[in-house]
Design a protein around this ligand. Structure first.
Ligand SMILES: [Zn+2]
Length: 59
């Protein structure tokens, strides 16, 4: 079972599922950087990617 210990509880759904993590990263970045940022999950284990990859952008 590949990457099972990192797999989100949602399982393999074919789309990104880490909305909670995305929200936490965006919230933390907002506090740390004191500006509005958006966090986008580009890769996700639930989408059959090898990793979850998050990208932060200025809003
Ligand atoms: Zn993910």
């Amino acid at each position: 079972m590949k990457d099972s210990f990192f797999a989100p509880s949602a399982g393999n759904t074919g789309q990104v599922e880490c909305y909670i993590v995305v929200g936490m990263i965006a919230g933390a970045a907002h506090h740390i950087l004191n500006k509005d940022v958006v966090c986008i999950e580009e890769l996700c284990l639930s989408k059959s990617d090898n990793v979850c990859k998050f990208n932060l952008k200025n809003n």
